[in-house]
Design a binder for this molecule. Sequence first.
Ligand code: COA
Length: 328
Amino acid sequence: MPSASLISVASWLPEQRLTNADLEKLVDTSDEWIRSRTGIAERRIAAPGDATSDLAARAGAIAIERAGVQPADIDLLIVATSTPDMVLPSTACLAQAKMGLTCPAFDLNAACTGFIYAIEMATAVIEAGRARTVMVIGADVLSSIVDYSDRSTCILFGDGAGAVILQASDEPGVLSVHLGADGSGADLLYVPAGGSAAPATCERISAGETYMRMNGNEVFKFAVRAIPQVTNEALADSGLTLADVDWLVPHQANQRITDTVAQRLGMPSERVVCRIEDTGNTSSASIPIALDSLYREGHLRPGHILALVGFGAGLTYGAAIIRWTRED
Ligand code: COA
């Protein structure tokens, strides 16, 4: 059975920055409060007219170039997003055309855990011999569903995209993936209107129902419980322990969540990837963006063991244990 190896990683962030000082002008908050409670200093905001598929296609194009493959070599494209360009067609189809791909393409929505879910799907398809080369993109334009008059959510989120390419290989790459979902927590983080349950109407839009609603304290508690648990489960599946992990790459949601998780796992802080300060929470893009920064800074070596871990609305959670095989 072939294994699935990550042969490239890339990311793309919009130019425009939304700083804590900018938010001080919009809501009753302060730079000091945001930094101390979240670790965030600024986020990126997509340019007017730029949709999720644009960010996705830009990250994907860099991933193709770094992988040294041709667009025609990609057998399948999965775009993890919860902010699709539109209800239909899928963002994956729109990004596919923008990248000049010809392969099947579909969206996957597991909120901020979407990238980990998509890694599992890509790995399964490759291991089954149904595809050789699969592109996974995590992309979100969260600014399109954020209420910039709600100080408890608008401080957290930003826009961005990250991409990886997985390819069949004799060398073990993706060692294990463990996923979970608990739909009984669906009301902790959701967008009330705009779907089939409550289609967007003038009244619902005016009432702010097409914006995200969140119970921050409960999501925080869920995250610090679920992440250590799913990380340990995925490690057990791969036959490794935390001592084998060179880099823990958690979903970047709140620095205090990351710190608590690292402490509960007993993971030294120098092996925990923290990139939230300049990006905020970019949902399904956050893990590949953090991974790409690790790669570009030259920290990844062949044989390094990565634990990628996510959590988010759904509630969903998941961890992927990966051996990095790229030489540069
Ligand atoms: N600026 C200033 N004060 C704020 C504020 C802001 N932006 N947001 C909330 N506050 C206030 C609250 O109103 C509250 O005031 P009160 O004590 O007078 O009632 C106080 O700060 C504490 O609020 P609390 O909600 O307990 O703060 P917190 O330390 O839990 O931080 C979050 C709030 C949202 C930052 C935090 O709960 C969090 O990050 N949760 C996880 C969310 C998440 O990751 N979501 C995405 C999942 S993928």
